[in-house]
Design a protein around this ligand. Structure first.
Ligand code: ATP
Length: 353
């Protein structure tokens, strides 16, 4: 397997190496060969190569099976054309239309709720995000100094693709899918999204499809998150709800994610580059490591590679064990450990599992 390593910015330089360490340990034990390819991106690439997204990045990534992308701190980039935010470009170019974000509680971690085990599948390339819902220009513009217009893009094809990914995931889990929308107000936009979900329901008679208005869902998520299995929603709602859900189970350090498309997938945690804690070896590597695990599992299923699927399962068991024993946990989880110490403990548990 050829997997790219893109550190990203700030804590990315600390948590991505731990992820590679853990994936490599699992691959070795399971007999999976991974060829790693480091690719410069973000601020470090700008400082050395003059651009946050070197010209050959897309071509190099295209030749890989998938890659790990550390968090991107684009808000701190110089405001010049050579310093674009790379991740919307990657999501769009490789049609990474499904952003799959699991949310899971652990009995030994401080958590608002216990027994939470849900996955939010967020449409990734359309919706309200103005830097990614158009191929040129921006989905937001200001015709006069006092008027701003933000455009939301919803397509049948985009809605149907992400809905199918969510149905398939629900089928492989507990068979329950909730589509979150606001078709009471966005009658056309959310209306189309929900229509496409309903159409697919006939193909998945084993999946129970529920519908929820986004504001009601946000409230229920806080009160009874245990009632949900897989949730599918549009880009902006998904962006907000995944952070809210992460807050229920220990914070952003506990929120992994995978951006998946027809030919490639990108491991990308939900959280940002956390400049406030960068360089201190205290960032929680869980989200990045579990994102890497999701990539390995996705690649294994796609290629029919049982060893890769087993390697991913081994990582999950190792993480569960380290958390259950509260070994080497970082401060956000109430521990006194370090990023590298937690990575080491998980890699060790992988070898022992
Ligand atoms: P973005 O908009 O790019 O997603 P953000 O504004 O949501 O970024 P983050 O960089 O994710 O901000 O940080 C939000 C808070 O969560 C910060 O206090 C940060 O330290 C904390 N945080 C984020 N990731 C981690 C992590 N892996 N471990 C510990 N704390 C984290």
């Amino acid at each position: 397997m050829r997997i790219g390593i893109l550190n990203g910015d700030d804590i990315g330089h600390e948590i991505v190496p731990e992820t590679v360490k853990v994936l490599q340990a699992a691959a070795q034990v399971a007999g999976v060969r991974i060829d790693w390819e480091p690719i410069p991106i973000g601020r470090a690439a700008y400082d050395t190569l003059g651009t946050t997204m070197p010209g050959d990045t897309l071509q190099r990534l295209g030749a890989l099976d998938g890659w790990i992308l550390g968090p991107i701190g684009h808000m701190a980039y110089p405001k010049v054309p050579e310093a674009p935010n790379p991740h919307p470009i990657l999501r769009k170019h490789f049609d990474l239309f499904a952003n799959i974000r699991p949310v899971k509680s652990y009995p030994t971690l401080p958590s608002v709720h216990q027994d939470v085990d849900l996955v939010i599948v967020r449409e990734n390339n359309e919706g309200f995000q103005p830097d990614r819902n158009v191929v040129a220009g921006s989905g937001e513009f200001r015709p006069t100094h006092d008027v701003t217009i933000s455009v939301r893009v919803i397509t049948r094809a985009g809605s149907s693709k992400v809905a199918r990914a969510a149905f398939e995931l629900a089928r492989a889990r507990r068979g329950h899918l909730t589509v979150v929308h606001k078709d009471t107000v966005f009658k056309l936009g959310c209306g189309m999204f929900v229509e496409e979900c309903r159409k697919l329901a006939a193909e998945f008679p084993d999946v129970r499809l529920d519908e929820a208005i986004v504001d009601t869902f946000a409230m229920r998520l806080v009160m009874t998150p245990q009632r949900y299995d897989v949730v599918v929603t549009t880009n902006m709602f998904g962006d907000i709800l995944t952070d809210e859900a992460a807050g229920l189970v220990g914070g952003l350090g506990m929120a992994p994610g995978l951006c998946a498309g027809p030919s490639h997938a990108m491991a990308q945690a939900t959280h940002g580059s956390a400049p406030d804690i960068s360089g201190r070896n205290i960032a929680n590597p869980y989200a990045m490591i579990m994102s890497g695990k999701m990539l390995l599992d996705w690649l294994g299923r796609r290629r029919g590679d049982a060893a890769a699927i087993a390697a991913a399962a081994r990582i999950e068991r190792a993480v569960e064990r380290v958390i259950a024993e509260r070994r080497a946990l970082t401060p956000d989880l109430g521990g006194t450990g370090t990023t590298s110490g937690m990575g080491d403990a998980i890699a060790q548990a992988v070898r022992e599992a």
